[in-house]
Design a protein around this ligand. Structure first.
Ligand code: UDP
Ligand code: MG
Length: 309
């Protein structure tokens, strides 16, 4: 049996050796389970010495592999490339920064090998060390997602996950360009065991996610797995038709009772501006979906490989 560990890296020169050491700390365990190991580093167009560090490891250990992108394609592309390159019967994805502790691997293998699960996923139960607004918006995102989409998303879920080959194949069959892995893992189904752990802070280097980047990523997730925003336009349409209907009746009765004093111009302007604002918003939502469709029909590759070892 072969186990593939996939490590997406973007400017992680300080972490490459550390994560290697942490994964291979489990060597005894792998041996006891008759597992061969391969570690696949995905260099996502790093500008620092990441590739050099990985090559150093490759020289000393034949189990290490490298896929290097021609530019930065994002972590989602890295995950996809890693899954495509992996040959393992079991595959795990883990961050380079040790925020996905490799010491959890034995527990994850137990779920998949002994307890019959197809996947062992991890979620952090705390968000300590994270800016409070970031936690607030993250929670809000999971609430919205679970309300509006049929795909279940676990709050605090990480991309750190051990999967069997058949689940990996299912994920690889989802070839969409706008990738949102957390949703894809839920969408393909299979039995998943959730393993909880306390948040671990990044030791070296810094996070690649700005607040704005995360915000865009969350919109990506909502649009990839829910069409509820599109339905919003119809719901608002019905609502405003109803309001207009009530207003018309009110005005007719008022005119019959009090005559027609011909005022109400300012309120008319407010109503027009308000309703046209809503209309533009709805057109914008539709536009967002069309832009996603546009990118999908182009069928661009998800990533471009520069070097593969
Ligand atoms: N990453 C990547 N490409 C990117 C951004 C990040 O491959 O464009 C990798 C990064 O090297 C790390 C993982 O994705 O291994 C998670 O990134 P980070 O720690 O910055 O995210 P956070 O833990 O803060 O959510
Ligand atoms: Mg991190």
């Amino acid at each position: 049996m072969l186990f593939s560990a996939i490590v997406p890296c973007y400017n992680e020169e300080e972490n490459v050796a550390d994560i290697y050491r942490e994964i291979t700390n489990n060597d005894e365990f792998f041996k006891s389970r008759d597992l061969e190991l391969e570690i696949i580093y995905i260099d996502d167009g790093s500008r620092d010495g990441t590739v050099k560090e990985v090559k150093k490891l490759i020289e000393s250990d034949k189990r290490v592999h490298l896929v290097s992108f021609s530019r930065n394609f994002g972590k989602e592309a890295g995950i996809y490339a890693g899954l495509e390159a992996s040959k393992g019967d079991y595959v795990a994805i883990m961050d380079a920064d040790l925020q996905d502790p490799p010491s959890l691997l034995p527990e994850m293998f137990k779920a998949v090998m002994d307890e019959g699960f197809d996947s062992a996923a991890t979620r952090r139960v705390t968000r300590k060390g994270e800016p409070p607004i970031r936690s607030f918006f993250a929670r809000l995102f999971y609430k919205l997602m679970n309300k509006f989409s049929n795909t279940e998303l676990m709050d605090g879920a990480r991309d750190y996950r051990l999967m069997t080959r058949r689940m990996v194949e299912a994920v690889l069959n989802m070839k969409e360009y706008n990738r949102f892995s957390k949703g894809i893992f839920g969408w393909v189904g299979f039995n998943t065991k959730w393993i909880e752990f306390e948040n671990v802070e990044r030791t070296k280097g810094e996070t690649k996610w700005s607040f704005w980047g995360l915000f865009k990523y969350s919109l990506e997730g909502i649009m990839a797995f829910s069409t509820a925003p599109l339905a919003l336009a119809s719901v608002m349409g019905i609502f405003f038709t109803f309001v207009a209907f009530v207003a018309i009746i009110f005005i007719i009765i008022r005119t019959l009772v009090f005559g027609d004093p011909t005022n109400g111009w300012p309120s008319m302007v407010c109503i027009i501006i308000f309703v046209s604002g809503i209309q533009l918003f709805c057109v914008g939502v539709v536009g967002q979906y069309i832009s996603k469709v546009y990118l999908e029909v182009k069928e661009r590759p998800i990533y471009i490989v520069k070097e593969k070892i």
